[in-house]
Design a protein around this ligand. Structure first.
Ligand code: PLP
Length: 376
Protein backbone atom coordinates (compact mmCIF):
# COMPACT_ATOMS: atom_id res chain seq x y z
CA UNK A 1 0.00 0.00 0.00
CA UNK A 2 1.25 3.50 -0.88
CA UNK A 3 2.13 5.60 2.20
CA UNK A 4 0.54 9.03 2.42
CA UNK A 5 2.91 11.09 4.53
CA UNK A 6 1.07 13.84 6.43
CA UNK A 7 3.71 14.56 9.08
CA UNK A 8 5.79 17.30 7.46
CA UNK A 9 6.01 19.35 10.69
CA UNK A 10 8.01 16.45 12.17
CA UNK A 11 10.36 16.37 9.20
CA UNK A 12 10.36 16.69 5.43
CA UNK A 13 12.00 14.52 2.76
CA UNK A 14 15.25 15.96 1.38
CA UNK A 15 14.69 18.09 -1.75
CA UNK A 16 16.56 16.65 -4.78
CA UNK A 17 18.29 20.04 -5.30
CA UNK A 18 19.58 19.97 -1.70
CA UNK A 19 20.76 16.36 -2.05
CA UNK A 20 22.64 17.19 -5.26
CA UNK A 21 24.29 20.30 -3.75
CA UNK A 22 25.42 18.25 -0.73
CA UNK A 23 26.81 15.44 -2.91
CA UNK A 24 28.74 18.01 -4.96
CA UNK A 25 30.10 19.78 -1.85
CA UNK A 26 31.13 16.49 -0.23
CA UNK A 27 33.03 15.56 -3.41
CA UNK A 28 34.63 18.93 -4.13
CA UNK A 29 34.94 20.58 -0.72
CA UNK A 30 35.48 17.74 1.75
CA UNK A 31 38.22 19.52 3.68
CA UNK A 32 38.10 20.96 7.17
CA UNK A 33 37.07 24.63 6.77
CA UNK A 34 39.71 25.52 9.41
CA UNK A 35 42.61 24.04 7.38
CA UNK A 36 44.77 26.58 5.61
CA UNK A 37 45.63 24.44 2.54
CA UNK A 38 43.60 24.65 -0.67
CA UNK A 39 41.34 21.68 0.25
CA UNK A 40 40.37 23.42 3.49
CA UNK A 41 39.98 26.75 1.71
CA UNK A 42 37.49 25.18 -0.75
CA UNK A 43 35.39 23.95 2.20
CA UNK A 44 35.64 27.39 3.86
CA UNK A 45 34.42 29.06 0.65
CA UNK A 46 31.45 26.65 0.37
CA UNK A 47 30.60 27.19 4.05
CA UNK A 48 30.81 30.97 3.90
CA UNK A 49 28.86 31.09 0.64
CA UNK A 50 26.09 29.05 2.34
CA UNK A 51 26.19 31.40 5.33
CA UNK A 52 25.82 34.44 3.02
CA UNK A 53 22.91 32.89 1.12
CA UNK A 54 21.04 31.97 4.31
CA UNK A 55 21.67 35.46 5.74
CA UNK A 56 20.37 37.14 2.56
CA UNK A 57 17.27 34.90 2.42
CA UNK A 58 16.39 35.64 6.08
CA UNK A 59 17.22 39.37 6.21
CA UNK A 60 20.36 39.01 8.35
CA UNK A 61 24.09 39.75 8.05
CA UNK A 62 26.41 36.76 7.42
CA UNK A 63 28.21 37.40 10.74
CA UNK A 64 24.83 37.02 12.49
CA UNK A 65 24.49 33.37 11.32
CA UNK A 66 25.74 30.58 13.62
CA UNK A 67 25.37 27.03 12.31
CA UNK A 68 24.24 24.48 14.91
CA UNK A 69 23.21 20.81 14.89
CA UNK A 70 19.56 21.89 14.59
CA UNK A 71 16.90 23.90 16.34
CA UNK A 72 17.14 22.13 19.69
CA UNK A 73 20.75 23.27 20.06
CA UNK A 74 20.02 26.75 18.69
CA UNK A 75 17.13 27.28 21.13
CA UNK A 76 19.25 26.04 24.06
CA UNK A 77 22.09 28.34 23.02
CA UNK A 78 19.77 31.35 22.93
CA UNK A 79 18.03 30.57 26.23
CA UNK A 80 21.18 29.74 28.21
CA UNK A 81 22.95 32.81 26.80
CA UNK A 82 20.24 35.40 27.29
CA UNK A 83 18.22 34.33 30.37
CA UNK A 84 19.65 35.73 33.60
CA UNK A 85 17.13 36.26 36.38
CA UNK A 86 13.74 36.90 34.76
CA UNK A 87 12.19 35.71 31.47
CA UNK A 88 8.73 35.76 29.88
CA UNK A 89 7.72 32.94 27.53
CA UNK A 90 4.57 31.82 25.76
CA UNK A 91 3.02 28.55 26.89
CA UNK A 92 3.11 27.51 23.22
CA UNK A 93 6.85 27.05 23.00
CA UNK A 94 8.44 23.83 21.80
CA UNK A 95 9.89 21.57 24.54
CA UNK A 96 13.41 22.61 23.47
CA UNK A 97 12.61 26.14 24.73
CA UNK A 98 10.38 25.12 27.66
CA UNK A 99 12.75 22.51 29.14
CA UNK A 100 15.86 24.76 29.29
CA UNK A 101 13.66 27.39 30.98
CA UNK A 102 12.27 24.81 33.45
CA UNK A 103 15.84 23.71 34.17
CA UNK A 104 16.87 27.31 34.85
CA UNK A 105 13.77 27.77 37.05
CA UNK A 106 15.26 25.13 39.38
CA UNK A 107 18.31 27.41 39.66
CA UNK A 108 16.25 30.47 40.58
CA UNK A 109 15.21 31.94 37.21
CA UNK A 110 11.75 33.56 37.34
CA UNK A 111 9.64 32.69 34.29
CA UNK A 112 6.40 34.53 33.54
CA UNK A 113 4.40 32.13 31.35
CA UNK A 114 2.16 34.06 28.95
CA UNK A 115 -1.32 32.55 28.35
CA UNK A 116 -2.78 31.53 25.02
CA UNK A 117 -6.26 32.08 23.59
CA UNK A 118 -8.56 29.35 22.26
CA UNK A 119 -7.26 29.86 18.67
CA UNK A 120 -3.69 29.20 19.83
CA UNK A 121 -2.44 32.81 19.80
CA UNK A 122 -0.34 34.12 22.69
CA UNK A 123 -1.77 36.89 24.87
CA UNK A 124 1.28 39.06 25.76
CA UNK A 125 1.40 40.42 29.32
CA UNK A 126 3.09 43.59 30.63
CA UNK A 127 6.85 43.01 30.88
CA UNK A 128 8.42 43.88 34.25
CA UNK A 129 11.52 46.08 33.71
CA UNK A 130 13.89 43.42 35.09
CA UNK A 131 12.95 40.94 32.31
CA UNK A 132 16.04 40.20 30.20
CA UNK A 133 14.40 37.91 27.67
CA UNK A 134 11.04 37.16 26.04
CA UNK A 135 10.60 33.87 24.12
CA UNK A 136 7.81 33.73 21.53
CA UNK A 137 7.79 31.37 18.57
CA UNK A 138 6.70 32.52 15.11
CA UNK A 139 4.47 29.61 14.03
CA UNK A 140 3.23 26.90 16.33
CA UNK A 141 4.29 23.33 15.58
CA UNK A 142 0.93 21.78 16.53
CA UNK A 143 -1.65 24.21 15.13
CA UNK A 144 0.31 26.38 12.66
CA UNK A 145 -0.95 29.54 14.46
CA UNK A 146 1.24 32.55 13.62
CA UNK A 147 2.18 34.63 16.67
CA UNK A 148 2.37 38.47 16.73
CA UNK A 149 6.17 38.48 17.14
CA UNK A 150 6.82 41.79 15.38
CA UNK A 151 4.25 43.63 17.53
CA UNK A 152 5.70 42.06 20.67
CA UNK A 153 9.26 43.08 19.66
CA UNK A 154 8.11 46.68 19.16
CA UNK A 155 6.41 46.79 22.55
CA UNK A 156 9.42 45.62 24.59
CA UNK A 157 11.62 47.91 26.69
CA UNK A 158 14.99 48.51 24.94
CA UNK A 159 16.85 46.36 27.49
CA UNK A 160 14.65 43.28 26.95
CA UNK A 161 15.79 40.83 24.28
CA UNK A 162 13.45 38.69 22.15
CA UNK A 163 14.14 35.10 21.13
CA UNK A 164 12.02 33.70 18.31
CA UNK A 165 11.84 30.00 17.42
CA UNK A 166 10.89 30.33 13.74
CA UNK A 167 11.33 26.63 12.89
CA UNK A 168 7.80 26.07 11.56
CA UNK A 169 7.77 29.37 9.65
CA UNK A 170 11.11 29.57 7.84
CA UNK A 171 10.86 28.33 4.24
CA UNK A 172 7.05 28.35 4.47
CA UNK A 173 6.05 31.99 5.02
CA UNK A 174 8.19 35.14 4.54
CA UNK A 175 10.59 35.60 7.49
CA UNK A 176 12.85 38.67 7.76
CA UNK A 177 15.02 38.76 10.87
CA UNK A 178 15.64 42.52 10.77
CA UNK A 179 11.98 43.43 10.15
CA UNK A 180 10.78 41.01 12.83
CA UNK A 181 12.89 42.82 15.43
CA UNK A 182 14.06 39.67 17.25
CA UNK A 183 17.44 39.51 18.99
CA UNK A 184 17.88 35.82 18.15
CA UNK A 185 16.01 33.52 15.76
CA UNK A 186 16.14 29.75 15.22
CA UNK A 187 15.66 27.78 12.01
CA UNK A 188 16.14 24.08 11.21
CA UNK A 189 16.92 22.74 7.71
CA UNK A 190 14.99 19.46 7.89
CA UNK A 191 11.68 21.30 8.30
CA UNK A 192 11.89 22.78 4.77
CA UNK A 193 13.45 20.05 2.61
CA UNK A 194 17.02 20.40 3.88
CA UNK A 195 19.17 17.81 5.66
CA UNK A 196 18.72 16.67 9.26
CA UNK A 197 21.42 17.74 11.72
CA UNK A 198 21.84 21.40 10.78
CA UNK A 199 20.13 24.61 11.83
CA UNK A 200 21.03 28.20 12.53
CA UNK A 201 20.78 30.68 15.33
CA UNK A 202 20.62 34.23 13.96
CA UNK A 203 22.01 36.67 16.52
CA UNK A 204 21.66 40.43 16.21
CA UNK A 205 25.02 42.20 15.96
CA UNK A 206 26.31 43.34 19.34
CA UNK A 207 24.60 40.49 21.26
CA UNK A 208 26.90 38.37 23.41
CA UNK A 209 26.30 34.61 23.33
CA UNK A 210 27.64 32.21 25.95
CA UNK A 211 28.74 29.03 24.15
CA UNK A 212 27.31 25.71 25.29
CA UNK A 213 30.46 23.93 24.06
CA UNK A 214 34.16 24.66 24.60
CA UNK A 215 37.31 23.59 22.83
CA UNK A 216 37.44 25.46 19.53
CA UNK A 217 37.45 28.92 18.02
CA UNK A 218 35.01 28.24 15.15
CA UNK A 219 32.07 30.59 14.45
CA UNK A 220 33.42 33.43 16.60
CA UNK A 221 33.74 30.97 19.50
CA UNK A 222 29.93 30.82 19.70
CA UNK A 223 29.74 27.23 18.53
CA UNK A 224 33.07 25.45 18.62
CA UNK A 225 33.50 22.32 16.49
CA UNK A 226 34.26 21.57 12.84
CA UNK A 227 31.54 23.03 10.65
CA UNK A 228 29.96 20.81 7.98
CA UNK A 229 30.12 22.55 4.60
CA UNK A 230 27.85 19.92 2.93
CA UNK A 231 25.12 20.34 5.57
CA UNK A 232 25.36 24.15 5.41
CA UNK A 233 25.17 24.07 1.59
CA UNK A 234 22.21 21.65 1.72
CA UNK A 235 20.41 23.99 4.09
CA UNK A 236 21.10 27.05 1.91
CA UNK A 237 19.92 25.25 -1.24
CA UNK A 238 16.71 24.00 0.40
CA UNK A 239 15.96 27.46 1.76
CA UNK A 240 16.62 29.05 -1.62
CA UNK A 241 14.20 26.59 -3.34
CA UNK A 242 11.56 27.09 -0.64
CA UNK A 243 11.74 30.89 -0.78
CA UNK A 244 11.72 30.97 -4.61
CA UNK A 245 8.58 28.79 -4.75
CA UNK A 246 6.89 30.25 -1.66
CA UNK A 247 3.96 32.07 -3.31
CA UNK A 248 2.95 29.05 -5.37
CA UNK A 249 3.57 26.68 -2.44
CA UNK A 250 1.38 28.75 -0.10
CA UNK A 251 -1.51 28.80 -2.57
CA UNK A 252 -1.23 25.04 -2.99
CA UNK A 253 -1.03 24.43 0.77
CA UNK A 254 -4.15 26.57 1.36
CA UNK A 255 -6.03 24.43 -1.14
CA UNK A 256 -4.73 21.16 0.37
CA UNK A 257 -5.60 22.25 3.95
CA UNK A 258 -9.11 23.36 2.93
CA UNK A 259 -9.70 20.10 1.04
CA UNK A 260 -8.52 17.95 3.94
CA UNK A 261 -10.85 19.76 6.35
CA UNK A 262 -13.78 19.52 3.91
CA UNK A 263 -13.21 15.77 3.51
CA UNK A 264 -12.69 15.18 7.27
CA UNK A 265 -16.08 16.80 7.93
CA UNK A 266 -17.57 13.87 6.01
CA UNK A 267 -15.91 11.36 8.41
CA UNK A 268 -18.27 12.11 11.34
CA UNK A 269 -17.95 14.43 14.34
CA UNK A 270 -14.71 16.42 14.00
CA UNK A 271 -13.47 19.62 15.67
CA UNK A 272 -10.76 22.00 14.37
CA UNK A 273 -8.08 22.98 16.92
CA UNK A 274 -6.44 26.31 16.06
CA UNK A 275 -7.08 28.94 13.40
CA UNK A 276 -9.93 28.38 10.94
CA UNK A 277 -9.63 27.48 7.26
CA UNK A 278 -8.75 30.62 5.28
CA UNK A 279 -7.47 32.50 8.38
CA UNK A 280 -4.48 34.73 7.64
CA UNK A 281 -2.69 33.95 10.92
CA UNK A 282 -1.94 30.30 10.21
CA UNK A 283 0.77 28.50 8.26
CA UNK A 284 -1.37 26.29 6.00
CA UNK A 285 0.95 23.32 6.42
CA UNK A 286 -0.89 22.35 9.60
CA UNK A 287 -4.37 21.04 10.38
CA UNK A 288 -5.00 19.91 13.97
CA UNK A 289 -8.33 18.18 14.55
CA UNK A 290 -10.10 16.15 17.22
CA UNK A 291 -12.33 13.17 16.53
CA UNK A 292 -14.53 13.08 19.67
CA UNK A 293 -15.03 9.53 20.91
CA UNK A 294 -11.81 8.21 19.31
CA UNK A 295 -8.57 7.87 21.30
CA UNK A 296 -5.81 9.64 19.36
CA UNK A 297 -3.10 7.07 20.16
CA UNK A 298 -5.28 4.20 18.86
CA UNK A 299 -6.30 6.25 15.84
CA UNK A 300 -2.65 7.01 15.09
CA UNK A 301 -1.72 3.31 15.18
CA UNK A 302 -4.68 2.28 13.01
CA UNK A 303 -3.92 5.04 10.51
CA UNK A 304 -0.31 3.89 10.37
CA UNK A 305 -1.53 0.39 9.46
CA UNK A 306 -3.77 2.00 6.83
CA UNK A 307 -0.73 3.78 5.32
CA UNK A 308 -1.41 7.31 6.63
CA UNK A 309 1.45 8.85 8.63
CA UNK A 310 0.44 11.70 10.96
CA UNK A 311 1.09 12.71 14.55
CA UNK A 312 -0.49 13.30 17.94
CA UNK A 313 1.77 16.30 18.58
CA UNK A 314 5.40 17.29 18.35
CA UNK A 315 7.68 14.44 17.29
CA UNK A 316 9.60 14.73 20.56
CA UNK A 317 6.51 13.87 22.61
CA UNK A 318 5.13 11.16 20.34
CA UNK A 319 5.23 7.77 21.98
CA UNK A 320 3.99 9.39 25.17
CA UNK A 321 0.27 9.26 25.89
CA UNK A 322 0.21 12.71 27.46
CA UNK A 323 -2.09 15.16 25.68
CA UNK A 324 -0.45 18.08 23.91
CA UNK A 325 0.60 20.89 26.31
CA UNK A 326 -0.09 23.37 23.48
CA UNK A 327 -3.72 22.27 23.10
CA UNK A 328 -4.07 22.16 26.89
CA UNK A 329 -2.82 25.77 27.12
CA UNK A 330 -5.51 26.71 24.57
CA UNK A 331 -8.12 25.52 27.09
CA UNK A 332 -9.34 22.63 24.94
CA UNK A 333 -11.55 20.23 26.94
CA UNK A 334 -10.04 16.90 28.07
CA UNK A 335 -12.09 14.68 25.73
CA UNK A 336 -11.14 16.83 22.72
CA UNK A 337 -7.46 16.83 23.82
CA UNK A 338 -7.32 13.04 23.94
CA UNK A 339 -8.72 12.68 20.43
CA UNK A 340 -6.49 15.26 18.68
CA UNK A 341 -4.37 14.48 15.63
CA UNK A 342 -2.01 16.74 13.71
CA UNK A 343 -1.89 16.46 9.94
CA UNK A 344 0.96 18.44 8.38
CA UNK A 345 1.23 18.98 4.66
CA UNK A 346 3.76 19.81 1.97
CA UNK A 347 3.27 21.32 -1.47
CA UNK A 348 4.51 18.05 -3.02
CA UNK A 349 1.15 16.47 -2.12
CA UNK A 350 -1.70 16.26 -4.66
CA UNK A 351 -5.41 16.83 -3.96
CA UNK A 352 -5.87 13.16 -4.85
CA UNK A 353 -3.49 12.22 -1.97
CA UNK A 354 -5.69 14.21 0.40
CA UNK A 355 -8.83 12.51 -0.92
CA UNK A 356 -7.25 9.07 -0.54
CA UNK A 357 -6.03 9.90 3.00
CA UNK A 358 -9.52 11.12 3.98
CA UNK A 359 -11.08 7.92 2.62
CA UNK A 360 -8.66 5.82 4.71
CA UNK A 361 -9.28 8.02 7.80
CA UNK A 362 -13.07 7.62 7.40
CA UNK A 363 -12.70 3.82 7.15
CA UNK A 364 -10.51 3.66 10.28
CA UNK A 365 -12.92 5.84 12.27
CA UNK A 366 -15.92 3.72 11.22
CA UNK A 367 -14.05 0.56 12.26
CA UNK A 368 -13.11 2.07 15.62
CA UNK A 369 -16.67 3.24 16.24
CA UNK A 370 -18.22 -0.12 15.37
CA UNK A 371 -15.72 -2.09 17.52
CA UNK A 372 -16.43 0.34 20.40
CA UNK A 373 -20.15 -0.43 19.99
CA UNK A 374 -19.47 -4.19 20.01
CA UNK A 375 -17.28 -3.88 23.14
CA UNK A 376 -19.73 -1.42 24.73
N1 PLP B 1 11.13 24.15 17.46
C1 PLP B 1 10.00 23.78 16.85
C2 PLP B 1 8.87 24.75 16.77
C3 PLP B 1 9.88 22.50 16.28
O1 PLP B 1 8.75 22.14 15.67
C4 PLP B 1 10.98 21.60 16.40
C5 PLP B 1 10.87 20.22 15.89
O2 PLP B 1 9.80 19.63 15.82
C6 PLP B 1 12.14 22.04 17.03
C7 PLP B 1 12.18 23.32 17.55
C8 PLP B 1 13.35 21.13 17.17
O3 PLP B 1 14.00 21.03 15.91
P1 PLP B 1 15.26 20.10 15.63
O4 PLP B 1 14.70 18.79 15.21
O5 PLP B 1 16.01 20.78 14.50
O6 PLP B 1 16.08 20.02 16.87
Amino acid sequence: MRTIYLDHNATTPLLPEAAESMRHTEAEAYGNPASSHHVGRAARRALEDARERIAALLGAHPDEVTFTSGATEANNLAVFSLAASRVAASQLEHPCVIEPLRHLETRGLVVDWWPVNSRGIVAPCPVPPDTQLVCVMLANHETGAIQPVQAIARSLPPTTKLHCDAVQAVGKIPVNFRELGATTLTASAHKFGGPKGVGVLLTKRGTKLQPLLFGGHQQQGRRPGTESAPLAVGMATALDCSVRNMTANLARLEALRARLWERLLECGPVVLNGPEIGATDVVPTTLNVSFPGCRADLLLMSLDLAGVACSTGSACSSGSLLPSPVLRAMGIPEEQLRSALRFSLSPTLELTDIDEAATRIATVIRQMQSSAKVVG
